[in-house]
Design a protein around this ligand. Structure first.
Ligand code: NI
Length: 246
């Protein structure tokens, strides 16, 4: 279920004798293209882009437990979600938690397009604003995969996460969200909700040799390909040996 991010009317404010137009950029999620960037027709000169500054690892806001959102339907929470969406699309990122934009509240947004879900339909996530989330791993199965984070620019980490997850919370209308998900969708939710408890992905890693710069990923990819080649060669040798015995 995708939240509706409503359009709001611009207001004119008089600042220092000049009239300035202030508003929140009108965001209609139906018009957000798969690539992420909003088309220019939504960003006419009248509209203000609300790109927020992203806190980086070391800032205390990323270490503390965020507070519950008292009224998910409050206008300022809608504004926060709109601005976070703009910020996430601009970065670009797959998800963003409110503490990452210096707001210590339990609100995250995320979106996993099918292409990033490695073509696994079950991993796809619609654009979601999740407020006051509750996470429940469904079993002990864990899987490791690469993650990045807008608060740790340039880095990638191989992070174990629960494969199967149920999560609950509410959306911007206060309506309940209750989903059972797996794979990349489950990973993104765990990553984002960790931000609400002051946890960054390196703290979830069990082997820090898997913490590398994104620019060096090519070496890991080459290693993985070499290992896969060796594995296939071993299988072929086994098959040949088995055939010789018949
Ligand atoms: Ni993050």
């Amino acid at each position: 279920m995708a939240p509706r991010l409503s359009a709001r009317k611009a207001k004119d404010h008089t600042v220092g004798g000049k009239v300035e137009a202030h508003c929140h950029n009108m965001v209609n999620i139906e018009n957000v293209p798969p690539g992420g960037a909003l088309p220019p027709r939504h960003l006419g000169s009248y509209w203000r882009m609300a790109i927020l500054k992203i806190a980086r690892m070391g800032h205390p806001v990323l270490r503390r437990r965020a507070a519950d959102v008292a009224d998910p339907a409050a206008p300022e929470i809608q504004t926060l979600a709109d601005d976070m969406l703009q910020t996430m699309l601009d970065a670009p990122g797959t998800g963003l938690a409110a503490p990452q934009v210096h707001v210590p509240l339990r609100l995250v947004i995320f979106r996993v397009p099918l292409t990033e879900a490695e073509d696994l339909a079950g991993d796809e996530a619609p654009l979601t604003v999740l407020i006051n989330p509750l996470l429940e791993p469904l079993d002990d199965e864990m899987e490791a995969a690469w993650e990045g984070c807008l608060s740790l620019p340039g880095l990638r980490g191989l992070v174990p996460r629960h494969t199967h997850l149920r999560y609950r919370g509410v959306d911007l209308a206060g309506a309940s969200i209750d989903r059972t998900v797996e794979g990349f969708h489950a990973r993104v939710v765990q990553h984002e909700c960790d931000h609400l408890d002051g946890i960054l992905y390196p703290q979830r890693m069990t082997d820090l040799t898997g913490l590398i710069f994104e620019s060096e990923m090519r070496h890991r990819i080459a290693e993985a390909r070499a290992q896969e080649r060796e594995r296939l060669q071993a299988l072929q040798a086994q098959a040949a040996a088995a055939a010789a015995e018949i």
